[in-house]
Design a protein around this ligand. Structure first.
Ligand code: RFL
Ligand code: PHB
Length: 400
């Protein structure tokens, strides 16, 4: 008879559920601080590395990746951006980040690449990271030894932890470890979705373009000097199969239309997907010895480019708190974790809601509503104070 060794030791200090950006960065920071941890990820490595999502990194996220030794390729291949362009009513206005924020800027570096870099480091010299290991439940949140229950290789296993961190996204299971009634969720669902495409064509603008249009919002972003990432506002329930490539390009053309001779370059579309838009915050982000980080605790609509950056911010605050505990025995950082993160989370929630509602056209939108949006956009174009408020939020407020 053969017995297979369990895939992980039976206990660890910090059990991390979910190997997305929040879980991987937290594991990396804890490993660098000499704190024992293990990451359990439901999906396989290829799936996690290819999931097409966010593209903009704030200074604070770049700093965190650098301090964790995971920024070598980012520093080589990431595109530094000093501004974005807003378009409305056939006009364009550029927001210059460094001059409005005292030198802040952002990086275009896809979430897929951040995840690949962190996974490679983790597998090379990090704590255990187990793919194909779905967690079914976390028990004992209110005890001093919570337990993660997971499957791997056709068998059920347990991992006993000092703390469990749920980095398992919006549909994760860790939140369910907290007794009913102890958490409160605040939520808003938007009456539209984003249709995102990847195209093998150099971006038609050096910087991102956020366009208000009576036909709906459009965004021009990029993945590299040769690959464009573009989004269209569409009704919820839109099936990408109903959109031919020609229809997509025609619609993008119409929405980015601006006075002057700007042209949108077309190329082969290599990926199409539709994503719903929602805002959601679960409070508090800690109960007993279970903590929530990233999308497991909060969701923002992507218009402010904040989702990935919030996830990284949570990981940084949490790693600091665990380090303090290991060094001094104090739980002050862990006790403050939820309040510390929620201040930043709510700021990002407001900014993401503001960008979304200012730039999208709701199904029941009146001409009055559109005039209000134009007034707000005109104000941003005319007032350095209004522009600075946008720039400071976009380029990122300090972590913690
Ligand atoms: P993630 O990236 O969702 O990672 C969670 C991980 O947990 C795993 N998991 C489990 N593992 C074990 N057991 C279980 N029971 C598990 N349940 C789940 C999942 O497989 C996954 O690997 O959350 P994290 O780390 O908090 O990172 C947050 C960011 O991913 C997210 O905020 C952004 O990507 C949001 N977002 C976007 N943000 C932008 O700024 N721009 C975008 O264009 C953009 N596009 C997107 C997005 C989020 C999307 N989702 C979540 C629907 C597009 C999509 C489709
Ligand atoms: C992206 O490149 O995917 C992206 C960029 C900015 C956003 C949202 C998505 O606001």
């Amino acid at each position: 008879m053969t017995t297979t060794a369990p895939p992980l030791p039976a206990r660890t200090t910090v059990g991390i559920v979910g190997g997305g950006p929040a879980g991987l960065l937290l594991a990396r920071l804890l490993h660098r601080a000499g704190i024992d941890c293990a990451v359990l990820e439901a999906r396989d490595r290829a799936y996690v590395e290819q999931r097409q999502r966010a593209g903009i990194l704030e200074q604070g996220t770049v700093d965190a990746l650098r301090s964790s030794g995971a920024a070598e390729r980012l520093d080589r291949e990431g595109l530094v951006h000093d501004g974005i362009e807003l378009r409305w009513d056939r006009r364009a206005h550029r927001i210059d980040f460094p001059s409005l924020t005292g030198g802040r800027r952002v990086w275009v570096y896809a979430q897929t690449e951040v995840v690949k870099d962190l996974v490679a480091l983790q597998l090379r010299d990090g704590a255990p990271l187990l793919f194909d290991a779905p967690v079914s439940a976390v028990s004992g949140a209110g005890t001093d030894r919570p337990v993660v229950h997971y499957a791997h290789g056709g068998a059920e296993h347990t991992l006993a932890c000092d703390y469990v961190v749920g980095c398992d996204g919006y549909h994760g299971v860790t939140r369910k470890a907290v007794p009913e009634g102890e958490l409160r969720t605040f939520e808003r669902v938007y009456p539209y979705s984003w249709f995102g495409i990847l195209a093998d064509v150099p971006p038609s603008s050096d910087e991102l373009v956020y366009a208000h249009s009576p036909r709906g919002f459009a965004l021009l972003s990029m993945r590299s000097p040769r690959v464009s990432r573009l989004y269209l506002q569409v009704p919820g329930g839109t099936d990408p199969a109903d959109w031919s490539d020609e229809r997509i390009w025609d619609e993008l053309d119409a929405r980015f239309a601006v006075d002057g001779d700007w042209r949108l370059a077309r190329g082969p579309i290599t990926q199409k997907s539709v994503l719903p838009m929602r805002s959601s915050v679960t409070e508090p982000m800690r109960w007993g010895r279970v903590l929530l980080a990233g999308d497991a605790a909060h969701i923002v609509p992507p218009t402010g480019a904040k989702g990935l950056n919030l996830a990284a911010g949570d990981a940084v605050v949490l790693a600091r708190a665990f380090e303090e505990l290991a060094r001094t025995g104090s739980t002050a950082g862990l006790d403050a974790y939820s309040d510390t993160c929620l201040r930043r989370v709510w700021r990002a929630e407001h900014f993401s809601w503001f960008m979304t509602t200012t730039l999208h056209t709701a199904p029941d939108q009146s001409a009055f509503d559109t005039r209000l949006q134009f007034s707000q956009l005109d104000r941003i174009a005319a007032s350095p104070h209004a522009a600075a408020e946008l720039a400071l939020n976009y380029a990122g407020l300090p972590v913690g």
